[in-house]
Design a protein around this ligand. Structure first.
Ligand SMILES: [Zn+2]
Length: 348
């Protein structure tokens, strides 16, 4: 059990040894966490699809939380079902559509994409069994697998799973240890996790509250601002909010229609997919540009993207370091003096 920071680094709270994994077991685990932690009020639960976890968590913390159903587990279940219900080509097409739905940035977008998905595929007799399963299991009962369900939180519990695997694979645990010995080893491990979170520790693992902006991403943002900054269009929502419409790399210019129809509901899944690939939209937070959002897939997964940095820079909220102008991997600066960056942004 643990939490994830803004760099998607997993930080364990502790470890529970449990043989039955029932609702009561999980309730006991969560209540123990609650009674030993001051002011703990979790708003998001990320786990595989087990109802026992959801119910145990609700019993301990109440129902005011977003339940994220690990996308990795959902995908695994969907693949297995598709293998026995449809042919390989249809499977690939269905999965491609479901992946597009997964990066929905809001509940409204996900619901609309889900409806379009069913509308597209329901006339196809071969997909009937799969669609019935998908609708029941992953749209009605467990729909928390799209990115927008909990913005700024992971959509998978891979962080926890990889820690579990690490524990299991470490020499000591390959063999089944007697309980007494097991506890000696595990208590040492938990102590180490705890000490590693102390700033004085040589292996200090900090809890990051804003995504780390890596050099390569800054270089990509620089490239975007320089080469495509001019093509960005803006739309004023109200006195505090402005949306920046960015054409995709394949798209040279956005049309008035692209911007006007952004908030409109789509009629077909394929039009929705086309729209997703035509543009990305940044909502800039002027007070703290790092709190800005973008509709692109990278932002949905990593809480930061070159668009947000690039727009912040074009709006003078962020200054590119000189290194960003030369660091871009795979790109060499032309000989001679580097050209100055043109400050340009069209206002619609
Ligand atoms: Zn983006």
């Amino acid at each position: 059990m643990g939490t994830s920071d803004r760099d998607r680094q997993f930080h364990p709270f502790g470890l529970a040894v449990c043989s039955t994994e029932t609702e009561e077991d999980f309730e006991f685990i969560f209540r123990t966490l609650k009674s030993n932690t001051k002011n703990l009020n979790p708003k998001v639960l990320i786990a595989d699809c087990a109802e026992a976890i959801t119910n145990g968590f609700t019993n301990a913390f109440g129902s005011g939380f977003a339940r994220v159903h690990c996308w990795f587990h959902v995908m695994d279940k969907l693949r297995k079902k598709l293998d026995v219900t449809v042919d390989a080509k249809t499977k690939a097409e269905l999965l491609e559509d479901i992946r597009v739905m997964q990066v929905s940035s809001t509940e409204c977008e996900f619901k609309s994409a889900s409806a379009l998905f069913l509308k597209k595929w329901s006339p196809n007799e071969n997909t009937k069994a799969f669609l019935a399963y998908f609708t029941d299991e992953y749209l009605k009962k467990r729909s928390g697998w799209y990115e927008g369900i909990a913005p700024g939180f992971p959509s998978t519990n891979n962080g926890l799973e990889s820690l579990n695997n690490k524990i299991k694979n470490e020499g000591t645990f390959r063999l089944r240890l007697p309980l007494g010995e097991f506890f000696t080893v595990i208590i040492k491990l938990i102590k180490d996790w705890s000490l590693d979170r102390h700033p004085d520790s040589p292996n200090y693992v900090s809890f990051v509250t804003a995504p780390t902006i890596h050099t390569l991403l800054v270089s990509e943002a620089y490239e975007f601002a320089k080469s495509r900054g001019k093509t960005v269009r803006t739309k004023i929502i109200n006195s505090n909010e402005v949306e920046y419409f960015i054409p995709s790399t394949l798209q040279k210019q956005l049309t008035e229609r692209d911007i006007k129809s952004f908030h409109k509901n789509r009629v077909k899944l394929d039009t929705y997919k086309q729209w997703k690939s035509r543009l990305d939209v940044v909502k800039l937070d002027r007070a703290n540009w790092k709190n800005s959002t973008c509709t692109c897939a990278t932002f949905q997964k990593e809480y930061i993207c070159s668009h947000v940095i690039g727009i912040a820079a074009l709006q003078q909220l962020f200054q590119f370091p000189d290194s960003a102008k030369t660091d871009l991997i795979g790109k060499r600066r032309k000989a001679g003096r580097p050209r100055k960056v043109k400050q340009a942004l069209l206002v619609a």
